[in-house]
Write a protein that binds this ligand. Structure first.
Ligand SMILES: Cc1cc2nc3c(=O)[nH]c(=O)nc-3n(C[C@H](O)[C@H](O)[C@H](O)COP(=O)(O)OP(=O)(O)OC[C@H]3O[C@@H](n4cnc5c(N)ncnc54)[C@H](O)[C@@H]3O)c2cc1C
Length: 384
């Protein structure tokens, strides 16, 4: 993407470059001016979704026949990069795009035209609910249950830490629909939340960072979901569907991580040039130069790897182990580099009015969600 003076990514064609300029204008006009207010209200404005949808920026990598913009993952990556480049963690387009991917890749021919167009226009916001109060890492241990009663599933249980939780019109709920233990009895249910009896959104959770995100709890008490709303039309395939689609989510997290690393280096170089210590610029100190030289090297190596991952996703050949490596390595690095950079800001680095402080708080969860980094190691180990 070129914030560092490094060769542009090979996937950046002139057409994608033009799209980036459009996205950058959108982010500058419709995201940046609202970031502070979103953080205070713990939620993005609904109309922002509609504005992005009207410009075709929500489901940019979904075919036009389903309301998408007929692009590739390169278009989606550009949107993620431009949001990360201004430090936005509120406007959870990534989660929305993940929901769309589940429907596009795993949905029935009836589910795709029903759900993708309203998600593309931003009329509907999407969420995915896997994690439960009793645990998120062990997906096979989920307790939310749906019993078949005639032509409906009756859903009971609770989810927590759900991004886009308060705004979501469509929630993909991971539920146990069969008596088989482990992976076999799990299904993904498409819950339309508007007017759903027995569905309740809990409180928005107080987080240490990502304050503008409406991460919250969801409760289901005898919620009736039409039988045909099992993703893919067949119960018991949920775990397989999760395993198939999670590499997309993990690559998305890695894209956000690498942009944050690049931004941290850029901001810190700027600051160290201006800040005077012992009568000279902070950047003149050998320690500063060495810390930033190492950070820049790591940023460039991370970018090179993530670019390969983006290319693999565009070509439809991203595998689970590589996506896990990308998520693991870039998010660990994001936390390390931001911490090293923050140190160079001294006390100002601890003040939220300095973006590096916000980045520090926002980064920490990257090692936890999308599968904790320990889980990434388990997944990578399976490929040994
Ligand atoms: C801001 C935020 C947004 C989120 N958004 C969503 C969302 O939209 N949808 C959703 O479903 N979930 C979401 N999550 C939940 C997130 O995915 C889970 O928090 C995560 O998967 C870990 O689950 P847990 O919190 O229950 O931790 P646990 O499963 O209790 O694990 C705790 C810790 O134990 C360790 N651990 C666990 N298993 C192993 C193992 N096998 N080997 C070694 N160590 C292990 C890890 O260090 C892990 O961090 C979000 C979380 C946050 C904080």
């Amino acid at each position: 993407m070129g914030p560092l003076d490094f060769a542009p990514s090979a996937w950046m064609t002139p057409e994608i470059e033009e799209y980036r300029a459009q996205v950058r204008r959108f982010v500058a006009a419709e995201v940046v001016p609202h970031q502070q207010r979103w953080a205070e209200q713990h939620c993005v404005d609904r109309e922002t979704w509609a504005k992005a949808g009207a410009l075709g920026m929500l489901l940019s990598d979904v075919p036009a026949e389903y309301g998408g913009s007929d692009g590739t993952f390169a278009h989606q990556a550009v949107m993620l990069e431009e949001l990360a480049a201004v430090g936005d963690t509120a406007f959870a387009i990534p989660v929305h795009a993940i929901v769309a991917k589940y429907i596009l890749n795993q949905g029935t021919e009836a589910q795709k035209p029903r759900y993708l167009p309203p998600l593309a226009s931003g009329e509907w916001v999407g969420a995915i609910a896997m994690t439960e109060p009793s645990g998120g890492s062990d997906l096979q241990g989920i307790r939310t249950r749906a019993e078949r009663q005639g032509d409906h599933w009756v859903l009971n249980g609770a989810k927590t830490f759900i991004s886009n939780g308060t705004l979501a019109d469509l929630v993909i709920v991971v539920a146990r629909t069969g008596s088989e233990p482990g992976a076999k009895g799990i299904s993904l249910l498409l819950l339309e939340t508007r007017g759903a009896q027995g569905f309740r959104v809990g409180r928005v959770l107080e987080k240490i960072g990502q304050k503008g995100q409406d991460t919250c709890e969801l409760f289901f008490e005898d919620v009736r979901v039409p039988a045909e709303n099992v993703l893919g039309g067949e119960a018991g395939r949920g775990f397989y569907q999760l395993m198939t689609e999670l590499p997309y989510e993990r690559t998305i997290i890695a894209v956000g991580a690498v942009v944050a690393i690049e931004r941290a280096v850029r901001l810190t170089v700027e600051y160290a040039r201006e800040r005077q210590v012992f009568g000279k610029p902070l950047l003149a100190m050998q320690n500063t130069r060495f810390v930033l030289a190492a950070a820049k090297t790591q940023a460039v190596v991370a970018r090179t790897f993530v670019d390969r991952c983006i290319e693999a996703l565009i070509a439809g050949r991203m595998d689970a182990a590589t996506a896990s490596m990308a998520k693991l390595w870039t998010t660990d690095l994001q936390c390390t580099v931001i911490d090293d950079c923050l140190q160079l800001f001294g006390g100002y680095g601890y003040m939220l009015e300095y973006p590096i402080a916000q980045m520090y708080a926002d980064a920490r969860v990257q090692r936890i969600y999308g599968g904790a980094n320990e889980i990434m190691k388990e997944l990578i180990a399976r490929s040994l």
